[in-house]
Design a protein around this ligand. Structure first.
Ligand SMILES: Cc1ncc(COP(=O)(O)OP(=O)(O)O)c(N)n1
Ligand SMILES: Cc1nc(C(=O)O)sc1CCOP(=O)(O)O
Length: 521
């Protein structure tokens, strides 16, 4: 089965004629506006109208979609498709079988099939489907009789069978409660290796919109932006720095950071705000400690990164966190999630799930207990925000960060005496730092503020960016510990702030590759 070269599934509009969704608008006007906004394929779906009405409406819709060179497919009904000469049909698992559909339609007709499992996907691919409508992504009021809610995890599994992007591929769109706020996360988190969604199918996000053209145009822009910016750790075409080779780049990145004033937007806990702001300033970033979700959309435009740190969580601040991640995802700027104390209470465990659904994260950072909580481990019971004694071997920690990075398609940084950093492919253990970092409040939180500004500054490779931030921080801590004045946690803090600043000024004379105690695993 070869991909139909004329099929652009980027933004698939499935129409709806019910008053709950269409309101008192005219379906033809809405579809025309959606075509103007950039939808690339339209399906006429009406579960209630009589055949004569279906044919009449489909004929009108077809004359509109043809003007915009957009294919029109008919939901379920081959007879209507043949009557109006539409470009194809979409069928579900309980509709006319694919083989029969193929035998009755012209050979160039587009046929799409709904798939909710790997078995259904494989059967549809074998049967010659042009594309799969993969769903249900998330529960939706638009279709109440959906069989299974599969989320991005289930979609990822199906995509492993679909070889998208090869000449033997089948097109793939996801469907079910997809809208402008979640479309990039859906695309990003559904990706399975090289296989990714070709686009998304939506009903209410366009049909129910007050401005269908604007809604379509915004969705299309987000679909188009999703791949380059989000679904791989390194930018396409950029040099992939691996293992020790990456240390050559790090002094240059630190030097650039020191004079950048790149924004580090912190929605962080009340305990560490002052310290984290000072750390940001000393490393060359410009901190803003704004917990106000309403200003996140403006701040997200400024090219910096956002830290969401759950340390002093309240119901109100959860709304701000969600507004923050949505705004930064939409702007294409990095977000770091620090699920502080995530394994301590059921409120925090629930908050993690809510935040993971609200958007996607470039980095998830935490101690062992917090990373375990994000992974949903039932055995994690943190005492407060500390990780407690570790029960895992180094190898188990490596497996944890790697598998979470692969699952969430992000960087995972597990902090501790040795830090573990993984992007799912490359994993490193970093043993720099000072014992005093473990004796002051907020050293882990402030590291998050530094890592996110490095990610915002150095866009080519997130892993290298994070490594640069970690080494800036931990080499400075090592130097601070050597100060004659440093006698304990209290005197460590000013020495550390000094060294964060001084090492940055001095970085060209620092032999980073020699000082970095980094093991690639
Ligand atoms: C693009 C796309 N994907 C899935 C569906 C659902 O089709 P089906 O399973 O036949 O359910 P109904 O649409 O008939 O309710 C779709 N229509 N389009
Ligand atoms: C038509 C349809 N098919 C689905 C499936 O899971 O197969 S979900 C769905 C409705 C999607 O509507 P909205 O974008 O408004 O959530």
């Amino acid at each position: 089965m070869a991909t139909n070269p004329n099929l652009d599934l980027s933004l698939y509009l499935v129409s709806d004629s019910t008053p709950e969704i269409l309101g008192d608008k005219d379906i033809c006007q809405v579809v025309e506006q959606a075509c103007k906004g950039g939808v690339t394929i339209v399906q006429y779906r009406d579960k209630h109208a009589e055949t004569s009405v279906l044919i009449k409406t489909a004929t009108k819709l077809h004359s509109i979609t043809k003007k915009y060179n957009v294919p029109l497919l008919i939901n379920d009904r081959l007879d209507v498709c043949l009557a109006v000469g539409a470009e194809g049909v979409h069928i579900g698992q309980d509709d006319t079988p694919l083989e029969a559909v193929r035998s009755m339609l012209p050979s160039n007709a587009i046929v799409g099939v709904t798939a909710s499992s790997m078995e259904e996907a494989e059967a549809a691919i074998q049967g010659g489907a042009d594309y799969l409508g993969i769903g249900t992504m998330f529960a939706t009021p638009t279709k109440k009789d959906t069989k299974s809610i599969i989320g991005t995890r289930g979609t990822q599994e199906i995509l492993t069978r679909c070889k998208t992007g090869t000449k033997h591929s089948v097109g793939c769109v996801a469907i079910g409660s997809i809208n402008a706020a979640n479309v990039q996360r859906v695309i990003h988190q559904s990706t399975a290796g090289e296989n990714r969604l070709n686009g998304v199918a939506v009903v209410s996000a366009i049909m129910a919109a007050a401005d269908p053209q604007g809604a379509a145009s915004e969705l299309l822009q987000r679909v188009k932006n999703a791949p380059e910016k989000f679904y791989i750790s390194t930018r396409p075409g950029s040099e992939v720095a691996s293992d020790k080779g990456m240390f050559e780049h790090i002094p240059g990145i630190i030097q650039k950071h020191v004079s950048s004033s790149v924004l580090s937007h912190n929605m962080t806990n009340t305990v560490v705000q002052n310290f984290a702001a000072n750390v940001c300033l000393a490393t060359g970033a410009s901190p803003i400690m704004s917990m106000n979700g309403a200003e996140a959309p403006d701040l997200a435009q400024l090219g910096g990164g956002l830290v969401i740190n759950m340390g002093t969580i309240t119901p109100d601040i959860m709304n701000a966190y969600q507004a923050g991640v949505k705004a930064y995802n939409a702007a294409g700027n990095p977000v770091l999630l620090d699920p502080v104390g995530g394994g301590a209470t059921s409120v925090r465990r629930q908050a993690i799930q809510t935040l993971l659904k609200a958007g996607f994260y470039d980095v998830i950072k935490g101690n062992e207990g917090e990373i375990g909580a994000v992974m949903g481990s039932a055995n994690i019971q943190q005492r407060g925000v500390d990780s407690g004694p570790s029960s895992s071997s180094a190898q188990q920690k490596v497996e944890m960060v790697k598998s979470l990075a692969q699952k969430e398609r992000c960087l995972v940084l597990m902090t501790g005496a040795t830090d573990y950093l993984s992007d799912g492919t490359r994993t490193a253990a970093i043993s720099n730092g000072s014992k005093w970092l473990g004796k002051i409040t907020g050293s882990g939180c402030a590291l998050g503020s530094v890592v996110v500004s490095y990610l915002a500054l150095h866009r080519d490779d997130k892993f290298v960016a994070a490594m640069a931030g970690i080494l800036h921080y931990e080499l400075a801590a090592e130097r601070a510990e050597q100060h004659a004045s440093c006698r304990g946690p209290g005197s460590f803090i000013p020495a550390f702030l000094d060294e964060l600043y001084l090492i940055g000024q001095d970085i060209t004379s620092v032999n980073v590759s020699k000082l970095a105690r980094v093991e690639f695993l």
